[in-house]
Design a protein around this ligand. Structure first.
Ligand code: NAD
Ligand code: AHE
Ligand code: ZN
Ligand code: ZN
Length: 375
């Protein structure tokens, strides 16, 4: 049977800085190479709040936000072969076409096949599948998981095993994979290494898990909200530091003193350009590597003395943990199902889509790690 337009409950971001509004949107059938997915659950990531705030240079409105989801294939468009109706999938904001220069390089997960249209809130053919009374609503990060039904390109879906709870593994669609992957793929932290992680939100805590799995010798967790430290310690942090306890002393100086010259690896998981500098400068001379994960707003820039790099420190970035979603994410799900790491610690709140603005409030108040929306 040919797929029809579906009415779908969705939280629409009409304008920067305004709360999301619950609407009933029309969701077109999937076109060639596309898939329509019924969402089962979605996490709320800080990047959703970042874009809603108006700080994202790529922010476009009206749009349906959300990029940390898990769902079930409802219908497929012409030519789709890698998934079928009923498959369980995790939407990927970093697709994997397997044939672009980036995919073939063996050096990056940043597939560029559809990046241009994705950044403009459109499907690869330059149009949108969402509308309200004929008014187009934009996609977001190619995923738009804050909708009961969403449409994605086939290359933006990781097929995952059906016995994995989508209400939990949705967190592998962004936060948990990003933090763990940055440690394991981007930095390749070795056994015994000393690690500093700035920001104990969903990303930083996942980096703690990654560092624990990599058997890092010392894991230093840094946050200005001490309520995050219990979970950080439970996940393997050996030291928890609140920069506010050191007055005006730069936190990098504190860490350098604590670690006999600096850490082997650091991770910035906040999106604060001053903290990015601290994260670089707390690295050990000669070899320390700092990985930028946090996303900073339009117009923000990082700076340091070039001498920091001349003397062997390395500044890198990591998107989606360097993970190629279609080929590698199913293995993350397997490792979760095998009990190698837990996700329920992260899910501090669950709620329905119409409460999504409360999820943003909890995040801004520092009261949640992850809120998971159940559809
Ligand atoms: P979050 O809001 O859950 O956590 C941020 C944490 O940083 C909080 O615990 C907060 O208390 C702490 N913090 C704030 N200011 C601080 C400071 N000055 N010093 C120390 N700690 C401070 O956010 P999240 O969902 O974990 O996301 C973290 C960042 O990672 C965001 O910028 C997000 O956009 C980005 N992100 C990047 C990627 C990627 O692929 N690169 C993926 C997901 C998220
Ligand atoms: N649109 C922003 C950049 C946002 C950004 O860096 N996004 C990360 C994922 S954050 C997920 O929570 C990412 O994958 N970046 C690579 C990419 O291609 O977007 C801006 O500054 O324009
Ligand atoms: Zn590609
Ligand atoms: Zn995210």
């Amino acid at each position: 049977m040919t797929a029809q337009v579906i009415k779908s409950k969705a939280a629409v971001a009409w304008a920067a800085g305004e709360p999301l509004k619950m609407e009933v949107v029309d969701v077109m059938p999937p076109q060639k190479g596309e898939v329509r997915v019924k969402m089962i659950a979605t996490g709320v990531c800080h990047t959703d709040a970042f874009t809603l705030s108006g700080d994202d240079p790529e922010g476009i409105f009206p749009a349906i936000l959300g990029h940390e989801g898990g769902g079930i294939v409802e219908s497929i468009g012409e030519g789709v072969t890698s998934v079928e109706v009923g498959d369980h999938v995790i939407p990927l904001y970093t697709p994997e076409c397997g044939e672009c220069k980036f995919c073939l390089s063996g050096k990056t997960n940043l597939c560029q096949k559809i990046r241009e249209t994705q950044g403009k809130g459109l499907m690869p053919d330059g149009t949108t599948r969402f509308s309200i009374n004929g008014q187009p609503i934009f996609h977001y990060m190619g995923t738009s998981t804050f909708s009961e039904y969403t449409v994605l390109p086939e290359i933006s879906l990781a097929k995952v095993r059906k016995d994995a709870p989508l209400e939990e593994v949705c967190l592998l669609g962004c936060g948990v994979t990003t933090g763990m992957g940055a440690v394991m793929n981007t930095a390749k932290v070795e056994e015994g290494a000393t690690v500093a992680i700035f920001g104990m939100g969903g990303i930083g805590l996942s980096a703690v898990i990654g560092a624990t799995m990599a058997k890092a010798g010392r894991i230093i967790a840094i946050d200005i909200n001490e309520s995050k430290f219990d979970l950080a310690r439970k996940l393997g942090a050996t030291d928890c530091i609140n920069p506010k306890d050191y007055g005006d002393k730069p936190i990098q100086d504190v860490i350098v003193e604590l670690t006999d010259g600096g850490v082997d690896y650091s991770f910035e998981c906040v999106g604060n350009v001053h903290l990015m500098r601290s994260a670089l400068e707390c690295c050990h001379k000669g070899w320390g590597e700092s990985i930028v994960i946090g996303v900073a707003g339009a117009g923000q820039e990082i700076s340091t003395r070039p001498f920091q790099l001349v003397t062997g420190r390395v500044w890198k970035g990591s998107a989606f943990g360097g993970v190629k979603g279609r080929t590698e994410l199913p293995e993350y799900v397997n490792r979760y199902m095998a009990g190698e790491f837990k996700l329920d610690d992260f899910i501090t709140h669950t709620m329905s889509l119409d409460q999504v603005n409360e999820a943003f409030d909890l995040m801004h108040e520092g009261k949640s790690i992850r809120t998971v929306i159940h559809f």
